[in-house]
Ligand binder design. Sequence first.
Ligand SMILES: [Zn+2]
Length: 247
Amino acid sequence: MKSVIKLLYMDNKFCIRKKLVYLLSFLFILVVLVVAIGNSNKEKKPLSSRAHENKPSVPQLISASIISGNPLKQPYYDPDKSTRCETTKRLIEVYAGGISPDKCYKNVEENVKANLTEIKIFGRTVLVHNKAEPAFKAVADELAALSIDSDHIKNDGAYLFRCNSNASSGSTDRCSSDCLLSLHSFGIAIDINSGHDCNGCTDYTMPMEIVDIFEKYGFRWGGRYKDVFNQKIDPMHFEYMYDLCKE
Ligand SMILES: [Zn+2]
């Protein structure tokens, strides 16, 4: 009898051990499952929001490529390449739907006007082309965060349909065959600080921090016209060239 009780006791002890092992194993698996589910829930943000968080904007991508390649090495600062990519034909192709212009560019003006959007830069709201708006917006955001002595820095306007007085032998008559359209006509150029940085000035006061920001996002600065193209400078003038000249 004693030996049976001993056997039963041992068996019972064995069962308790076995149960304990099972119980601990079960608890372990439960903890692993809870942790795994917790982690998977953390990652379950909507696909669109994840893409939004990670996807750089077009101006950010442009800026990254320009910075790594030096703004002055862009095709629009190359005298040969730039003459090919800033023609009226190319401007109309990119910014006026490629239409065939009538004699006084009336249809080009209408096409551009239908594609303008407002943007605020240095306290003034101006019109720029929809296609260039992301670049202008990126510049505007950085300029707004810039700490400079800006007493005389003012925005003198962007869109204005007119001939380019520098390149049109002084002609401002848009019906003349001498008229070459200004980049302002397409809403891709802006003038800043005309009082101190005029078209044709021999010197300028434009802070280089402002120039750096524009150039970072694919703009060409008129203050470099003399050095790069041997033309008179236009230091108030910034023109968005990246899309016209990208290779
Ligand atoms: Zn200008």
